[in-house]
Write a protein that binds this ligand. Sequence first.
Ligand code: MG
Length: 269
Amino acid sequence: MYKLVLGVVLTVTLACNVKKIAPTEEQLETTVPPAIIHGEHLGIAPTTPEETEYYLPKVPSVTVQNSIPSDAIILFNGKNFDHWVQTVDSTSVKWHLNNDGSMTVADKTGNIQTKQDFGDLQLHLEWRSPKEIRKKEQNRANSGVFINGLYEIQILNNHDNDTYVNGQVGAVYKQHIPLVNASAPVGSWNSYDIVYRAPIFNRKGEKITAGTITLLHNGVLVQDHVPLKGTTEYIGWPKNKAHGKGPILLQDHKDNSGVSFRNIWVRAL
Ligand code: MG
């Protein structure tokens, strides 16, 4: 009887084509975690300020020039594609190198990715949708940056262009809805600042700690240390096959996106 009722409900739901509402984190929480105890703070409390002041280890210094940290690897400065290859066959990049210090997706040439692999990282990149409006929903200036070659942070023109919210600009694709849409006006440059911590796998290849993503879009927090649930699949569940470091990948969505990029740098963490 229960199955029959469930079947009727599902059928009616599908027939009505109801748009889905994402579950909240509270709804997803199924266990009550234990309280956190900081062991170093147990025992008799210090009575002088010096007892809680440390001088080692020394903190390394980083200087900043033109907003780029001195320990960053500059992946794209507008002059060449030296750090990049086509994903499909590791050949030279076929995207357009513009004379204003940017690059633009060459439609249907495929994704590009860094030659170097990265694990935990801080990544800065800037992107821009073309000023003229092309298509709609997921086909309006769709690109994306894949961290570790596996986890897509969506790039999309969402001005007057609704789509599923877990696939809109600033989403961790089909996993985390952005907190806000912080897009710059169409045709203006946007910045993404990303902090990624890679997932940890045990010897059996099972994931024991989820990776995390933090994203600032134009300086605005849109992803707050969210846990990666696996790969960001278009169809199907996220996958959690064990992996090490991987490339940073930029997407050719193959629908004349016209998306441009500039000023890309990364710090390994
Ligand atoms: Mg995309």
